[in-house]
Design a protein around this ligand. Structure first.
Ligand code: CO
Length: 216
């Protein structure tokens, strides 16, 4: 494990390497950020947005929390979304879960971990909603299926926010996507739910669930 001092040294080497390749990089970025994407992902250390997408600093605005939840009362997530949509005018929001998510697994097993149980309780609601479908999935795949269902529910939540609805109402181009990342191969799985307008949500939601059933 690198010490904090070694991390600072690692940062210095990275900064020098970037500047050697593109001397104006940081000067340019320090003046303005114009990301086109908002990534809402899990806090899991293995799922860093920029690295996974292979893109530079400045290209994606990021919000991460445990199990990538979009909750209507979470001022942190809502503030990030509002700034990204209204001010930065991102054109895509990708809610990105990941297979093997520990938070999703804890909710599935009903594990008691402390304060976080209350946060994960929202995934419990998703389990209740989709209990019949989860019952058809082999136990070994149930955790991953719930990771996908959680993403689909969070996309629906994002689409229901006043932030996204207002943007659509004023004609601002904005698509909300459902993605799930594979820790074992580094690939993002597209759940096929790309919502571009509020009245497209029911059909997109139903289609994404149908895709999962077909894949089961
Ligand atoms: Co996770």
């Amino acid at each position: 494990m690198a010490s904090p001092t070694e991390l600072l040294e690692s940062n210095r080497r990275w900064s020098e390497a970037v500047r050697a390749q593109d001397p104006g990089f940081f000067a340019r970025l320090s003046k303005q950020q114009t990301p086109r994407y908002l990534w809402i992902g899990c806090s899991d250390s293995r799922v860093p947005a920029n690295q996974i997408l292979g893109i530079d600093p400045g290209e994606v605005f990021v919000h991460r929390n445990i199990s990538n939840l979009v909750l209507h009362s979470d001022m942190n997530c809502l503030s990030v979304m509002q700034f990204a949509v209204d001010v930065l005018k991102v054109e895509h929001i990708m809610v990105t879960g990941h297979y093997g998510c520990g938070g999703v697994g804890a909710a599935l097993e009903g594990k008691r971990l402390g304060l976080i149980d209350n946060w994960l309780r929202y995934i419990g609601d998703t389990i209740e909603r989709h209990r019949p479908m989860l019952g058809t999935v082999a136990p070994g795949f149930r955790h991953d299926r719930l990771c996908e269902l959680n993403v689909i529910e969070q996309v629906a939540n994002a689409c229901h926010t006043t932030i996204v609805r207002d943007a659509w109402e004023r004609g601002q181009p904005l698509t909300v996507h459902a993605w799930c990342y594979g820790l074992s191969d580094g690939r993002i799985h597209d759940l096929g739910m790309d919502i571009t307008r509020f009245d497209g949500l029911p059909e997109g939601y139903a289609q994404a669930l149908a895709n999962l059933s077909a894949a089961a």
